[in-house]
Write a new protein. Sequence first.
Length: 343
Amino acid sequence: MSQKNETTVLVLALLITLSLVSGVYWWLARSYGIRLGSFTNNQSQPNLQSGEKNFKSVKDIPSGLFSYGGSTTWAPIRKEADAAIKTTLPKFQLRYTNPTTGAPGTGTGIKMLLTNQLAFSQSSRSVKDKEYQQAQQRGFKLEEIPVAIDGIAIAVNPNLNIPGLTLTQLRDIYIGKITNWQEVGGENQKIVPLSKMSEGGTVEFFVNNILEKEEFGQNVEKITTTTEGLRKVAQNKGGIYYASAPEVVGQCGIKPLPVGRTQSNLIPPYKEPYIPASDCPQKRNQLNVDAFRSDEYPMTRRLFVVVKKNDQIDEEAGVAYANLLLTDQGQKLISKAGFVRIR
């Protein structure tokens, strides 16, 4: 074959390959709404308007490797924000550290902070008085810096037909006073309440604010992870579970339940109209951000960076991390992670 013919064949092969690639991309874009940009790292960086602050605007960022830990609720924020921080500020190295014993969570994270195992911690509840006192006994103070708003959402089986629950009904279910869905307007079906039993901020928030510090009923089934809890609810028509709203609202196998202070004012944790499980995953329910921000939804809380005030590099790292999340770039990443921005 002549050199001219070989060149012609190569050009034709290249054109055919490009056409096939373009065709596949067009099909993906039309069928799934996938954009070419979604395959690039640029998507982790939110678009900022003129005058908005990004990570590079934050001053006094220390260099080094800093261990942090705490709340499992924070996992989506860690996924979004930490990757962006690493890209923008490679000398500010962050390492999430699990406890050597026990499950990770807000309580264990603060314990590790108090014993100098962490530079700072992430929390889904306020610091307790006894934790402040323990810090003072060790010669430093703790400071909690709020960076986001979260809600607690209730998950039930998609086949359970009830309009929602009041906070009183929810409390009575979890202390064992209400044991059948028929008692709250549903069918004759045994209620199977599920809860994590770790030192997590979500459990403590639920016990303190919903159960009013009463103990869980004997019928509450203990689980170890939210994934396990949601799976059991999806498999059991009587199941009910609570968790951070971003972990619940967009799931396909369960139904997030409206909750209210009164029966006449039940507020959904999702934007209406409700998307049934049969339409998922092509469509997914989205967080009811406006209700969380206005406090119309009755189970909201703030997320905190807990900083060790000891005039050392650990304090610099904690303050820097909080300041990064409070920039416009950080708040957009928090929103992308499924939480409500505080600024």
